[in-house]
Design a protein around this ligand. Structure first.
Ligand code: ADP
Ligand code: MG
Length: 269
């Protein structure tokens, strides 16, 4: 099912354009990393793909449908087929982790089953399995407000595994994790997307992770696509153009990649 944007622009209120004439297509099963400086429009792009933000101009197709031409019921149905993981997952503080993870199953459940699961969690085993893939199964019955930032982020990702989504939209999904955990978490997410044939669009602050793990890289700057290229074509000059002086702070290769010929800002060498 195709997902694409054609000449899409988004503005917030009377501000400038957060997205400015974006055209891109995400094929079935494709895995794409979005990189770019803060304020480039990465979050806005993901929210637009998630049909959470209506563009002022241009056309959006999500999993084969224009979300803004659907009835409310059809739009709800479409949104159930995708999963937007915000950078800070919305976990109710007093909810137990098991219920927070099983909330990913809500699209499949009847209202009665969902309500009943709040009292008697319906599928504890699948919640534990999802958490185990991010190495936090020991948090199963903890309250969400007892979790660290990195644990909260992984609970949000475990919720994605529990969901039936066929389009993964992840906004800086590993920003609160150390480099080793970040690698491992992305490996799980990419493996899951491949296994179910889901498409995946991921914004990443860590350029090294994007370059190391994704076959296609989109560089976003000031709401525009600066480049949209296969990983091998992304070179140092492009990264410096994308980040300018910010590259020094944003590009840090973890030790296992230092031997590779990854681009490094000339200002640092
Ligand atoms: P990124 O995720 O790349 O940091 P964002 O999509 O969050 O970028 O933001 C793109 C631009 O839109 C920025 O200039 C930001 O200030 C602006 N922006 C984002 N969200 C809002 C909002 N809710 N209201 C007004 N402006 C916003
Ligand atoms: Mg953002």
């Amino acid at each position: 099912m195709s997902t694409h944007l054609r000449s899409v622009s988004v503005a917030y209120g009377t501000g400038g354009r957060a997205l400015d004439g974006i055209t891109m297509a995400i094929g079935p099963g494709e895995q794409v990393a979005i990189i770019g400086p803060s304020g480039a429009g990465k979050t806005t792009l993901l929210h637009t793909l998630a049909s959470a933000l209506k563009p002022g101009e241009g056309a959006v197709t999500v999993l084969g449908s224009d979300p803004w031409r659907l009835s409310q019921t059809e739009l709800q149905r479409l949104r159930r087929r995708l999963f937007l993981a915000p950078q800070a997952p919305p976990l109710p503080p007093r909810q137990r982790v098991v219920n927070a993870v099983l909330a990913g199953r809500l699209p499949e459940w009847s209202t009665w089953r969902a309500l009943r699961s709040l009292v008697y969690p319906a599928d504890i085993r699948s919640a534990r399995t999802a958490l185990a893939r991010f190495r936090i199964e020991d948090k199963l019955f903890l309250r969400c407000d007892r979790l660290s930032g990195g644990e909260r982020q992984r609970v949000g990702l475990a919720r994605l595994l529990a969901s039936p989504a066929e389009l993964f939209l992840l906004d800086e999904p590993v920003s609160a994790l150390d480099p080793a955990l970040a690698q491992a978490a992305l490996q799980v997410l990419q493996g899951e997307a491949s296994a179910r044939g889901a498409s995946m669009v991921v914004s990443l602050h860590a350029v090294d992770l994007a370059l190391a793990r994704f076959p296609r890289i989109v560089g976003l700057r000031e709401g525009k696509v600066l480049f949209d290229l296969p990983r091998p074509a992304v070179d140092e000059a492009l990264l410096i153009e994308l980040y300018g002086s910010e590259l020094c702070n944003s590009f840090q290769a973890p030790p296992e990649h230092q031997a590779e010929a990854l681009p490094i800002c000339r200002g640092c060498v």
